[in-house]
Design a protein around this ligand. Sequence first.
Ligand code: PLP
Length: 397
Amino acid sequence: MSTTTSAGRAAPPTPRDDNKATGRWSVPLSDVLVDADLERAATDVVRSGWWSMGPRVAEFERAFADLLSVRHAFGVANGTAALHLALLAIECGPGDEVVVPSLNFVAAANTITHTGATPVFCDVIGPDDLTADPDDIEAAIGPKTRALLVMHYGGHACRMDEILAIAERHGLAVIEDAAHAPAGQFDGRACGTLGAVGCFSFFSNKNLPVGEGGMVVTDDEALAEKIRLFRSHGMTTLTWDRHRGHASSYDVVLHGFNYRLDELRAAIGLIELERLQERNRARGEIVETYRRALDGEAGISMPFGPRDGVVSTHHLAVIVLPEGTSRQAVQTALAARGVQTSVHYPPIHMFSAYREREQRSLPVTESIAERLLTLPLFPHMSEAQVAAVTEAVLASV
Ligand SMILES: *Cc1c(COP(=O)(O)O)cnc(C)c1O
């Protein structure tokens, strides 16, 4: 169990060696709260006897679509499936190129590759803003470019006005990887609803955790219909509809997948969704405490200061270490104090599976990638845990 009380401010962190996933860390990188509401929701699904996609998924999709003010939302197996469906819906395939930042989780590049298309990597803006650089996006566009796949890094919206203008100039689709950004905003609109298709992940360490799960959103009727079909084998009716007697047979109209979400995850998702915005705000307060303690101290900087029109979801607390610092040494020193850290992200173009390709030069990504460090962040972190992290960082750099 968590060491925090329901007030969220509790005992100083002590190393935990109980059976929880956070294990030996006094301050884990992320953590979920388990309570009676979640247990009851899961038990209700188990007892209902209907476990695969059905009414709870439909309810979760409706609630998610309402929160984002978007017409269509499709619950899917995970965020990677969401990205794959988005690319399939815009008919991305062999011979196409998709521009995508290299400083990113690998899912986007892998799914682009699975469609037969080629990822073309672009750079990020700089140490203060780790989202895709609009100028370099435009420089990466060529005759084969079909789409731009941008990512709201850490829940901070990309420069969507510039990116949408570039896409329009070149006749390209924009897909938003909003895995970090549920309920984030850009100029009053929800992240994930500005481009053609938005993709979300509900993996356990994301802002809306259900275990494994995701959502695809769009306002476009034709794209929605394709996403619906690709999600479930290209079949024209669902098991749930046939179970209810609403359909007795089906046709298969394209070569789809089984990327469906199930009722257990949807039931958990409905509860997590109610708590999402309050928890995003709690994350933001912790990030502000980090910023006051660390930004500008000992050569450390913290990207993503407040920006007009952007409502961040504060998925990640990332700092940029001083030039010449050994990140590994800092991570080891922090681990010795029970503080778990991570790196978001090792650039994709440097992985074995990608580095053989002909590459564009990505000077900003290459100059800062080795200096990025992700600190613990979860909504129910205690003040003592936050203080333990800042003290440990200042002692370790
Ligand atoms: C988590 C994540 C994904 C993939 O989501 P899964 O649910 O793990 O498949 C894709 N993109 C980004 C930026 C992510 O953080």
